[in-house]
Design a protein around this ligand. Structure first.
Ligand code: SF4
Length: 136
């Protein structure tokens, strides 16, 4: 199985606990989150609409919401992708181990996550913020 994932969604998947924009989005995100945990899954990286965006109500005319929001999202992707080799295909477990080792403090994700509306619900961000009520 192969997944196409945009850079910042690697962090979103780490923090996912079942919340999302609508039912279809959550169902798809749950499926993608299960697949990314399988050792048989390969991942190709992108800074464009991916296998999560395809079920998102915010995807309009192949961009995220509008030109300015899309450009903000692409910058978030690039902040993650610049730490990886975006030209190659990764085995899913290897990629997420790498993500864990690179993004291991609140400071390491601050440029990417600081403006995200899902802060309060994101297990990954809460864990990095040392919120004791969250465990990943
Ligand atoms: S379309 Fe935008 S809001 Fe929706 S999943 Fe993709 S990046 Fe996120």
């Amino acid at each position: 199985m192969k997944l196409i994932l945009r850079g910042h969604h690697l962090l979103c998947l780490k923090g996912f606990q079942g919340f999302g924009y609508d039912e279809k989005f959550v169902e798809n995100m749950t499926e993608v989150n299960d697949l990314r945990k399988s050792e048989n899954t390969k991942i190709k990286l992108t800074s464009s609409p991916d296998d999560i965006c395809k079920a998102c109500p915010n995807l309009k005319n192949s961009i995220c919401e509008n030109a300015s929001q899309n450009s903000r999202i692409v910058s978030m992707d690039n902040e993650v992708l610049k730490k990886l080799d975006s030209g190659r295909e990764y085995d899913a477990p290897e990629l997420f181990e790498k993500i864990d080792s690179i993004f291991n403090s609140k400071e390491s994700v601050s440029e990417i996550c600081f403006n995200c509306m899902w802060h309060e619900k994101c297990l990954f961000y809460q864990k990095l913020s040392n919120n004791p009520s969250y465990k990943v």
